[in-house]
Design a protein around this ligand. Structure first.
Ligand code: SF4
Length: 141
């Protein structure tokens, strides 16, 4: 985890606060300390796209035009909020989930149950949109 300042907005993957969104049967993420933090909870794109009974999938299976479009549409109003806070001088720290095909930052899951370096699909779209808007941000998982 980076060392945030008091002026940080924490933008976090949905299941960090709501583990019910995760694929059933997989390990719950470690709880995060929310005390005195300013938090924006992102939506869970897999839950919206594939429902609560979905199985575990690899990044390649989510790498479709439809899913990328949904991810960008879901993120759009959040990008607006983040841009507003960034313009007000807040640092933006975005926290994803290790090995997630959607929300991984340093690691994601690919075919044959392998872990690979790189971002999940949702976080790739988030990164592209924030770069397009020239918003400074950091990402961690
Ligand atoms: S898609 Fe992201 S928010 Fe949803 S369960 Fe997976 S890691 Fe969590």
């Amino acid at each position: 985890m980076n060392h945030p300042t008091e002026e940080t907005i924490f933008v976090i993957a949905h299941c960090l606060l709501n583990p019910l969104a995760r694929v059933k049967g997989i390990r719950k993420p470690d709880p995060i300390d929310t005390k005195n933090k300013k938090i924006i909870q992102l939506p869970c794109p897999e839950l919206i796209y594939a429902g609560p009974e979905r199985g575990k999938k690899a990044k390649e299976e989510y790498d479709t035009l439809d899913y990328r479009r949904l991810c960008l549409e879901l993120f759009f109003p959040y990008a607006e909020m983040i841009e507003t806070f960034s313009n007000e001088g807040y640092e933006i720290l975005i926290t994803g989930i290790p090995k997630s095909p959607s929300c991984g930052v340093f690691t994601t899951s690919v075919f044959e149950n392998q872990v690979a370096e790189g971002k999940g699909i949702f976080f790739e779209e988030i990164e592209k949109e924030l770069i397009r808007r020239q918003i400074p941000f950091k990402m961690t998982e």
